[in-house]
Design a protein around this ligand. Structure first.
Ligand SMILES: Cc1cc2nc3c(=O)[nH]c(=O)nc-3n(C[C@H](O)[C@H](O)[C@H](O)COP(=O)(O)O)c2cc1C
Length: 187
């Protein structure tokens, strides 16, 4: 146990699979994105791109997911279509996070993708710091070119996932006790 409040916050970060309104306000969202923009960034490439999806845009995202499945020839009955359409409605706000990868002799693609992943993590932390909750979700749709096109991403951009954001709508969950030594060794 630590007495340091920031460390304690980090050690207890966790996701909420169930979310409801309200989501962070526009002003809070601006602060959250400022945290995202402090992700470590080799070469100062700023390889980050964020798309906010709220309100009716969530309905359009569900429809995009369905169209993506249909474009691959997947047969969907009405029940399945309803299920897919309801997915983005699980939170009042979604932030799609993409890595904008530029060709660089010094900074390999993987480093730019990791940087965007760090930005996503900073968003999760900032959201939680403001008293809200979130969960990072992907699924096949996140890696689907049809979905990436539909979101307006360009060829050099890679979608890393959807951050579902809102207010926790489930009890706090017990966090697993993890033994640091299982994952750490000195060399
Ligand atoms: C890149 C990435 C993709 C993920 N995709 C999903 C997903 O599609 N569905 C899901 O339930 N959890 C997904 N997760 C895991 C959750 O975000 C979350 O971390 C997990 O439920 C464990 O909860 P915790 O964060 O409270 O430890 C993903 C996590 C990462 C880092």
């Amino acid at each position: 146990m630590t007495n340091n409040p920031v460390l304690s916050f980090l050690q207890q970060r966790n996701s909420s699979a169930k979310l409801t309104a309200p989501a962070p306000s526009a002003a809070q969202l601006n602060e959250i994105f400022k945290a995202a923009l402090r992700a470590p960034d080799h070469g100062g490439l700023k390889p980050w791109s964020f798309i906010t999806i709220e309100g009716d845009a969530r309905v359009r995202l569900g429809e995009l997911f369905v169209k993506a499945e249909l474009s691959h020839g997947v047969q969907l009955d009405e029940d399945k279509i309803r299920k897919i359409c309801s997915k983005p409605l699980r939170a009042p706000l979604i932030i799609a996070v993409a890595a904008s990868v530029t060709e660089s002799a010094k900074v390999p693609d993987i480093e730019q993708i990791i940087s965007a992943g760090c930005a996503a993590q900073n968003i999760l932390l900032a959201v939680e710091a403001l008293g809200y909750a979130a969960i990072w979700r992907t699924g096949d749709v996140a890696y689907d070119d049809f979905v990436q096109d539909g979101l307006g991403l360009e060829q050099h951009q890679m979608l890393l996932g959807f951050l579902y954001i809102g207010t926790r709508d489930m009890p706090e969950k017990p966090l697993p006790e993890r033994d640091v030594n299982t994952f750490v060794r000195s060399w």
